[in-house]
Every structure is written in structure tokens, then in C-alpha cells.
Design a protein. Structure first.
Length: 232
């Protein structure tokens, strides 16, 4: 099976992966949750080539971000149908100061990232319902400084299905923390995006090697439908 990161690997890299036993599937449990990372205008940007929207959304993924939307919507609709809970995250600043590491590294105008600004809002195409949970965060990982772990425990969750952006940033940080807390995780490779293609591929490779399953939307849909059948 050809993977998106294969072109990045040298023959030595491939040998290390094979001999080290990396990339084995962890699998998912019987009580999953759909976690949608930061589907906001600041991070989705506009549905145009990324370079054409940077003046308005310097953190926006552009058309690559929007290309994942249909898959995310399909998974959200199926999760609702099966009765799987959904949690959204929003990356926002509560004050107009640069206290998150990304803002400091980017040395950008932070005012558009303060809670209440238009760019901090979840896109209209993916608005949460009244039964969904929205977790606000100020750092890359959705676990840091938030009640996320309490929600997961209360809901009896054993597995996370992760979509959103960006692959090498908030998605990766959240997944590493999730497996550290002993949750099984699948990242949906055609429902996540990054601003930089190299970061996207390298993050997927690293997550696949050491932390979680990397699977396409169709496989997750099959998994959710099987859960629905099992409940019956």
C-alpha cells in the first residue's frame, strides 16, 4: 500500500521502520468520539490557493483546508446518526497578548485571534449542534489548560477520531497527549490539512510510526457503521 509519506523515505528510513516494528495498528475501541480540531476561519482561511488568502488569513490553510470539509461533514453526519459524540475545539486568545508559543514564533498581529473576533468563529459550513461540546484552548494541544479529559472520562470514551488542522500543529499535539492518556486514536488522513505539505506528510508519518492509526475517511465510515450494527 502506497502512503503519502513514502516519497520522503530513504532506503535506510524504510529499513529502520521495518526492523523497529513501527507503524503497527493500535485499533479503535467500542466507545469513540469525533474530535474536530479548530474548524475556524482563522485556520481554514478562504477556499482559494493558500497564497491568495494570506493577506487576510495568515494562518489559513486555503483550498487544502477546504478540500477536507466534505469528508469532515460526512463523518460528523454519520457520528450523529450512530450516536457518537462530537467535540469541537477552538483556538482563541482571551486577551490581546501573545502568550501562546505559535503567536510568539510567528510574530504576528494577535488581535484577530482574540475571542469574539470574526476569525475565531467556527465556519458556517460546520457549525456545532446544541448537543455538541465546544472546548476553547489557547495552545496547540486540546488537553492543555482545558476540561477535555474530564469530558472524555464523563462520556466513557475509549477512542478518538481526529480531523481538522493543522496536521503538524494542533492535530499532532492533541494526538500525542491523547495516547499519553491511554486513548486509542485514529487520524483521518483525508480529513486533516496543513499549510505546509512537507509538515503534513512528515506529521502523518511520525504519528503513524509511533502514536496512532492513520486511516482514510472510508475506513472510519465502515468502522462507525459496524458500531451501529453491533448496537442493534
Amino acid at each position: 500500500m502506497t502512503r503519502i509519506w513514502d516519497e520522503l523515505l530513504s532506503e535506510t528510513d524504510k529499513l529502520v521502520i521495518e526492523r523497529g516494528g513501527y507503524g503497527k495498528s493500535r485499533g479503535l475501541g467500542k466507545s469513540p468520539l469525533l474530535l474536530i480540531i479548530d474548524p475556524q476561519y482563522n485556520y481554514m482561511g478562504e477556499n482559494v490557493p493558500i497564497e491568495e488568502q494570506l493577506h487576510k488569513y495568515p494562518s489559513g490553510g486555503g483550498e487544502k483546508a477546504w478540500a477536507t470539509l466534505d469528508n469532515v461533514k460526512q463523518l460528523k453526519a454519520l457520528a450523529d446518526e450512530v450516536g457518537i459524540p462530537t467535540i469541537y475545539t477552538r483556538n482563541v486568545q482571551k486577551k490581546s497578548i501573545q502568550f501562546d508559543s505559535f503567536a510568539l514564533k510567528a510574530n504576528r498581529d494577535n488581535s484577530n485571534y482574540v475571542d469574539g473576533m470574526p476569525g475565531t468563529m467556527i465556519i458556517d459550513e460546520l457549525l456545532p449542534s446544541d448537543k455538541d461540546i465546544v472546548v476553547d484552548k489557547s495552545y496547540a494541544s486540546a488537553f492543555f489548560g482545558t476540561p477535555l479529559i474530564s469530558y472524555l472520562v464523563k462520556l466513557g470514551v475509549d477512542s478518538l477520531i481526529v480531523v481538522g488542522g493543522s496536521t503538524g500543529g494542533c492535530v499532532r499535539a492533541t494526538i500525542v497527549d491523547a495516547v499519553t492518556h491511554n486513548f486509542n486514536v485514529a487520524i483521518v488522513e483525508d480529513a486533516v490539512y496543513d499549510r505546509i505539505e512537507l509538515s503534513h506528510k512528515a506529521a502523518l508519518l511520525d504519528l503513524w510510526m509511533k502514536y496512532c492509526d492513520v486511516v482514510p475517511t472510508e475506513d472510519i465510515k465502515e468502522y462507525l457503521l459496524n458500531l451501529k450494527t453491533a448496537v442493534r
